[in-house]
Design a protein around this ligand. Structure first.
Ligand SMILES: *Cc1c(COP(=O)(O)O)cnc(C)c1O
Length: 327
């Protein structure tokens, strides 16, 4: 488990490098749900997601020698972006390994953030093998996307900001995949506001943490395409940190389907004037779906990221059949 003190230290460490994000009341959601609902606008974070907090906290705890050698990961999504930015900001350098199937816009975005891109093989597994080779041969430090205490503590600073801005918070809705965000936020909120509920929200197809909690141990699930692409992937069969923390600390895990996620993205845009990616919209989606009708407020909903392809976003807003987008 990770203590509140550790998370407070993480905040001190990263404060100069990340934004603290606003928590704003949503009039429309409060009315719809019948209780006060506020949105934690973490999609306004630098690099477009909360992942910068954990990545920055991890890189800042490396020795000078390790920082000089550099950090490495295989993620082309929000973790890869965050690590690229974080490494450069603290005078290190990130190498991001990816397969040659990764689209060019993602490659150039990672390069723009200052990382060295290594294109190897034709699958995520090939990219991961290259990471392991460079760790072994060149002494680079691998920074994982969620299952690492420094990453979890960094993500937990989102919870600090919520508990401080909303002392009477009764429930927090957190997007859930590998569980770094949910574990960190739950550790913080449960320590500061023990009566508050912390609820993970994820997509109904391929929900690895939910299946693992139900089974009592990490399990593998089939992966599907989803509007919430940042929530894809397993939790790791050797999971050491986020699984036990999520299992112990989350009060519930709520699942939302593709149509509900699309409705969440649309609500964010039309009523809140916010552009969020699918993963960032699952909390709103859960509220709109009626699956949390029993919830007592004040409720804080974490909008975790904004990195959605803008053509896809337009299509979702225009109500195009999203099945054709994700299947
Ligand atoms: C990574 C990510 C998540 C899930 O975070 P975990 O720590 O893996 O549970 C949610 N939303 C966005 C936008 C993300 O990038």
């Amino acid at each position: 488990m990770i203590s509140l003190e550790t998370i407070e230290q993480a905040r001190e460490r990263i404060v100069k490098h990340v934004s603290s994000t606003p928590l704003v009341r949503s009039a429309t959601l409060s009315e719809l749900v019948g209780t006060q609902v506020s949105l934690k606008l973490e999609h306004h974070q630098l690099t477009g997601s909360f992942k910068l907090r954990g990545a920055t906290n991890a890189v800042l705890q490396l020795s000078q020698l390790e920082r000089d050698r550099g950090v490495i990961a295989a993620s082309t999504g929000n973790h890869g972006r965050a690590l690229s930015y974080a490494a450069r900001a603290v005078g290190s350098r990130a190498t991001i390994c990816m397969s040659r199937l990764v689209p060019e816009n993602k490659v150039s975005e990672i390069r723009r953030l200052g990382a060295t891109v290594r294109i190897v093989g034709s699958s995520q597994d090939d990219a991961q093998q290259e990471v392991e080779r460079l760790v072994a041969e060149d002494g680079l430090s691998m920074i994982p996307p969620f299952d690492h205490p420094h990453v979890i503590a960094g993500q937990g600073t989102v919870g600090l900001e919520i508990a401080e801005a909303m002392p009477d918070v009764a429930a927090v809705l957190v997007p859930l995949s590998g569980g770094g965000l949910a574990a960190g936020v739950a550790a913080t909120v449960k320590a500061m506001r023990p009566a508050a509920k912390v609820i993970g929200v994820t997509m109904d197809r391929g929900a690895a943490m939910k299946a693992s909690i139900d089974a009592g141990h990490p399990v593998q699930v089939t992966e599907y395409c989803s509007l919430a692409d940042s929530l894809g992937g397993g939790i790791g069969m050797q999971n050491a940190w986020t699984f036990p923390m999520c299992k112990a600390l989350l009060d519930d895990v709520v699942l939302v389907n593709e149509r509900e996620i699309a409705a969440g993205i649309r609500h964010a845009y039309e009523y809140e004037r916010e552009i969020v990616e699918g993963a960032g919209a699952v909390g709103i989606a859960a509220l709109l779906s009626g699956k949390l009708a029993h919830l007592k407020g004040p409720v804080a909903v974490v909008l975790s990221g904004q990195n959605i392809d803008m053509t896809l976003h337009r299509n979702v807003i225009n109500g195009l059949d999203i099945a054709t987008e994700v299947d």
